[in-house]
Write a protein that binds this ligand. Structure first.
Ligand code: LMR
Length: 329
């Protein structure tokens, strides 16, 4: 058997990459809260595929979807502690991290379309926002799209008065809180994984989210009415623990950066279609009734929400809001 062992060892040594395969791979745990079948879920899988292939197996990416490891707030703490290495929280969830500037993306109607948004995320404003994360021990690798939001409840939401007294689930953003207060509703912060049940049991009355998130969480099953309002945007920043990222072997980091660049391009290419498909599927299933606002109704929403752009200056930075207006206007 010694002979067999010797042959075994020498054939291992002769296998190209044999030595690398012997070393245990670097593990990147990527935790997120949505299903695999969403823009973010698909982006995480794309990053895994590219990172593992291009590193020749030296990196292994373990994707944990559906809040199976951590819910919204816990995942950020886990990243800072090094229990996971990569996340892509919504821009609305950076307040607890001390990076409340990211809530500027929650301002209603701040981006007229995806092109305007892209100018911000891919220009100097987007880069300077990412830089702010470094003092928190975090590196922002790129912006991933989800899309523009729907508004839903068990009654039609056509004019601001329709929101009066409704308990609306929000992500942990002060700007979103102010948005629902401006509409006369009662905002309630809640983890994403709890939304379906909270609606089923009447803990909250309504919510806002993208078509992709509404469909994959089956929110349309528990909301009789949905308004195609496009009043706001949901997107993500992919973040990594700074100590982990900067400690990567120097040959691997550029490979992972390249894999992330390509995964980012992929997400931002599929997100709009994904959301359009989700909306079409939900409409076809007929579980919720879909409403399009008349120009007069939309004008009333805009009027109710317009003061927020001045009011939220104190929270997210007056200069930042102005810079975005300038970039997109
Ligand atoms: C939400 O909590 O509604 C979203 O941020 C979930 C997500 O990650 O898209």
């Amino acid at each position: 058997w010694l002979m067999a062992l010797a042959i075994g060892v020498s054939s291992l040594a002769l296998t190209p990459g044999g030595a690398a395969a012997q070393q245990s791979p670097i593990i990147i745990k990527f935790s997120h809260v949505v299903t695999p079948d969403t823009p973010k879920g698909k982006g995480a899988e794309k990053f895994k595929e590219l990172a593992e292939a291009r590193s020749g197996g030296k990196v292994k990416v373990e994707v944990y979807p559906n809040s199976q490891l951590y819910k919204d707030k816990e995942e950020i703490e886990a990243l800072q502690l090094g229990a996971v290495q990569m996340l892509a929280p919504a821009l609305s969830k950076f307040g607890p991290l001390g990076a409340k500037e990211f809530e500027v993306f929650d301002l209603p109607y701040i981006f007229p379309n995806t092109e305007a948004l892209r100018k911000v995320t891919e220009g100097p404003i987007g880069r300077s926002l990412l830089k702010k994360l470094e003092s928190k021990g975090i590196i922002g690798l790129g912006y991933w799209d989800n899309g523009f939001k729907l508004m839903s409840a068990n009654r039609p939401l056509l004019v601001p008065a329709d929101f009066k007294g409704l308990k609306m689930r929000i992500q942990s953003s002060k700007v979103l809180e102010a948005q629902f207060r401006a509409l006369g509703a009662l905002p309630q912060v809640m983890a994403f994984s709890e939304v379906y049940q909270a609606m089923q049991t009447g803990v909250v009355d309504g919510t806002e989210n993208t078509p992709s998130n509404q469909m994959t969480q089956k929110i349309d099953e528990v909301q009789k009415h949905t308004t195609l309002s496009n009043h706001g945007y949901i997107g993500y920043v992919v973040i990594v623990n700074k100590t982990f990222w900067e400690g990567l072997p120097t040959d691997l980091r550029p490979i992972l950066e390249g894999a992330m660049r390509d995964a980012t391009a992929y997400v931002n290419q599929i997100a709009q279609t994904d959301n359009a498909n989700a909306l079409a599927a939900m409409k076809a299933s007929g579980k919720s009734t879909y409403h399009t606002l008349t120009p007069e109704q939309e004008a009333a929403w805009r009027k109710a929400l317009a003061p927020m752009h001045a009011d939220m200056g104190q929270r997210v930075g007056r200069d930042l809001i102005e810079a975005i207006h300038k970039e997109t206007g």
